[in-house]
Design a protein around this ligand. Structure first.
Ligand code: FE2
Length: 367
């Protein structure tokens, strides 16, 4: 990518095509002391109130800087590397991390270990990269006292509070308002599909586990849906087109949101799965369409529940698991409470927390 000048016009040339850079686009980026607050990197002027008739009176390239005089009397030296970075118009931090597909054959995934100054460490950077690759990560030896999970969440970003509280205690109890608070087997699901927006990341911290059952199970929704796309395009298509209603009710709230089971982004690529078959209500479509929908959902459910797609492991005291709730389904095997205690704590954070932390650590360690 290269910046070129011709008669007070500025062009960028990416080797494939040459395009003129709009003078106003450059004017918005002037970064002298009177135009940009150096501490916050926020503008000290409001370009939305300026008229767009900005013309370049003079332009030169010198020592890696583009020196421009505009017709409104403003002159600026713009760092060409920074401009070129903007031309790429891509998120080079998060989207450049390639998702790794996995199934039951996943072995030797790296666990991380909590230690002092963990949140500002290179280890935290590596942890977050691993999280975006696999959709989950396990951290050993995380302190358990005083609901430490909330401190953990707030040290990466900000805890996402819900009507279950800032954090929730996963123990069996009488009159539960969610099956999580029983001793039953929980089949793979994503959490809170009825919220708008759905919480992005679940943290689950094992405080005590004295029972032989209650294993954690994880399934990669990304791998399953990508495989479904190849093997059964018709099922993939209807599951990524029909929006269903997810609903949660208890005595103080009624939560409801609509989404496809496989939600694609604007490029028709994987974005999010929601799966919680105790809470979903498909609209009354015509019979043939529903025939196909039910057949396809059964297929998806079979894949999510297949041993071939599931990893199963035991969380022990002080293990904290971070799961991408838009990608990875989680569940657990049943357990017998007469064997002893099983106590986990959970909370949510959103993607801005992990993305913000990862960009910060990349900047800090110049990675
Ligand atoms: Fe859950």
């Amino acid at each position: 990518m290269k910046i070129e000048l011709s008669e007070n016009k500025i062009f960028f040339n990416n080797g494939k095509f040459v395009q003129e850079i709009h003078p106003f686009w450059l004017r918005e980026r002037v970064d002298g002391d009177e135009f940009l607050d150096k501490g916050t990197q926020q503008r000290l002027f409001d370009p939305s109130t300026m008229n767009g008739e900005i013309i370049i009176k003079k332009a030169e390239i010198r020592n890696g800087f583009l020196e421009v005089d505009f017709n409104d009397g403003v002159s600026s030296k713009l760092d060409i590397d920074k401009l070129e970075y903007e031309f790429s118009n891509k998120d080079t931090v998060i989207k450049s991390i390639i998702k790794k597909k996995w199934d039951s054959s996943l072995k030797n995934i790296k666990n991380f270990t909590y230690k002092e100054d963990f949140y500002e460490s290179k280890e935290m950077h590596d942890l977050l990269v691993s999280f975006y690759e696999y959709g989950f990560v396990i951290i050993k030896n995380v302190p358990t006292e005083n609901n430490y999970i909330v401190k953990f969440a707030n040290s990466i970003g900000s805890v996402r509070r819900t009507n279950f509280g800032e954090h929730f205690n996963v123990k069996s109890k009488s009159n539960p308002n969610d099956l999580a608070y029983t001793t039953l087997h929980l089949s793979p699901h994503t959490d809170n599909p009825y919220r708008n927006p759905v919480p992005c990341i679940q943290l689950l911290h094992c405080i005590e586990s004295e029972v032989s059952g209650g294993l954690s199970t994880l399934v990669d929704g990304y791998t399953v849906t990508e495989n479904l796309k190849k093997e059964d395009p018709e099922a993939y298509k209807i599951l990524s087109e029909v929006k269903v209603r997810f609903k949660f009710t208890d005595k103080s709230v009624v939560l409801e949101d609509w989404s496809e089971l496989i939600h694609l982004d604007e490029n028709k690529e994987f974005k999010q799965v929601r799966f919680s078959p105790r809470l979903d209500y498909v609209p009354m479509l015509e019979k043939n369409k529903l025939d196909l929908y039910y057949k396809s959902r059964k297929k998806l459910s079979d894949l999510y529940n297949s041993k071939n797609n599931r990893i199963e492991f035991k969380l022990t005291s002080k293990d904290l698991m971070m799961m991408d709730n838009y990608r990875v389904l989680h569940g657990r095997t049943k357990f017998d409470p007469s064997e002893g205690k099983r106590f986990l704590q959970g909370c949510y954070i959103d993607f801005d927390s992990t993305e913000g932390k990862l960009r910060h650590l990349k900047r800090k360690f110049k990675i």
